[in-house]
Unconditional design. Structure first.
Length: 356
């Protein structure tokens, strides 16, 4: 049986309540003795951060939300029905949402959006040129390419090195790169349960933000739908070509049969009768084939319609947009913390120097 002395035994690494209270008292005494230095340090760093805050631009954020409904695709809906019977949630919806949002930030889509002519501030020109003007982007390029001062894109310069440089710079500023999208003006997201997608575009102009996000949505929607029905559309186009060729063949055969009848009028000829019978037989066969192709064409048109996913906008951005800046309180708090850290580092450094 353990004695009371065992319970009262102190371990070397044990911290007692008295020691905790003593340490807190030492910290309070240190703060009292250094209150002026701490206050001055916090004042300087907070003032510096608040001044930097006042120099920051105000951004306008436009949000556009939409949904993707591909349940009309029989392959997707059929597979979803089979999997749901086994209690397995199909991942096709999330896969298509991720794919669509990745397409929205691709070079092809961003550049196509930038090359749309739109009117902002009474000026009708490429969306890329509105970005250059409003964000003064030519000022950031003149160090490396002085001749780009007051540069404007047009159809003649789009494919040239300077035009490609400007488009790439704009794409990186708007959507970032695939490896690093921090700080990009365009961001996207979707709900984890409902897969409702949203584009967020920020810029120095409310009109620019709203116009860009609307144009981007149209480009993404058209591209995604076109690629989704591409295979069915190719089949449809082949059937249309086959139908047109067969219709032309029927027309030429019918014309040849009619001419043969005209030449044989009033003349009894076994040879002409055989030729006429053969042409009539061919014509009947061609017409039957045309009827079959017409039925196939109807099926192909239906396949194109049913394979097209439905991208439906939910909420468009509307004016006025409120300007946004980082939180003033956040900057003040960060400045206060940096002031404390700076004073502690300075005090520690001075003690080290004095002991050397």
């Amino acid at each position: 049986m353990k004695s009371n002395s065992d319970h009262n035994q102190k371990y070397a690494d044990e911290i007692t309540l008295d020691e905790v209270i003593s340490a807190i008292a030492d910290i309070i005494r240190w703060i009292k003795s250094n209150i002026l230095g701490l206050g001055l340090s916090c004042l300087i760093t907070t003032a510096a951060l608040l001044f930097w805050y006042t120099q920051q631009d105000e951004y306008y954020v436009a949000e556009l939300s939409f949904m993707l409904n591909d349940d009309n695709n029989p392959q997707i809906s059929g597979m979803a029905g089979v999997l749901s019977q086994f209690g397995i949630a199909p991942s096709g919806g999330k896969y298509n949402v991720d794919k669509l949002l990745e397409i929205a930030q691709s070079k092809r889509i961003i550049e196509a959006t930038l090359l749309n002519e739109v009117e902002i501030g009474g000026k009708n020109k490429f969306l890329a040129n509105h970005f250059i003007d409003i964000h003064n982007l030519d000022e950031t390029w003149i160090d490396k390419r002085p001749h780009l001062k007051d540069f404007q894109l047009d159809m003649a310069t789009v494919k040239k090195p300077d035009g490609q440089f400007v488009l790439k710079s704009l794409k990186n500023k708007i959507a970032g790169t695939k490896q690093n999208r921090s700080g990009a003006l365009l961001t996207s997201d979707y709900g984890n349960t409902d897969y409702i997608m949203s584009f967020y575009m920020k810029s120095l102009s409310d009109s620019l933000s709203v116009t860009f996000v609307n144009e981007l949505y149209k480009e993404v929607s058209d591209f995604f739908v076109a690629k989704s029905v591409e295979r069915s559309q190719k089949v449809l186009n082949l059937i249309v070509v086959e139908r047109d060729s067969l219709a032309e063949l029927i027309s030429s055969t019918a014309l040849e049969a009619a001419r043969l009848k005209d030449r044989s009028a009033g003349v009894v000829s076994s040879q002409n009768n055989v030729k006429s019978a053969l042409l009539e037989s061919k014509l009947v066969g061609y017409q039957a084939a045309l009827q079959q192709i017409t039925e196939n064409l109807g099926r192909a048109e239906y396949a194109v319609k049913t394979s097209a996913p439905l991208i439906q906008p939910l909420d468009y951005p509307s004016y006025p947009l409120s300007p946004q800046k980082p939180s003033l309180l956040k900057y003040a708090l960060v400045g206060f913390i940096l002031g404390i850290i700076g004073y502690l580092v300075l005090t520690f450094g001075m003690k080290v120097i004095n002991r050397v």
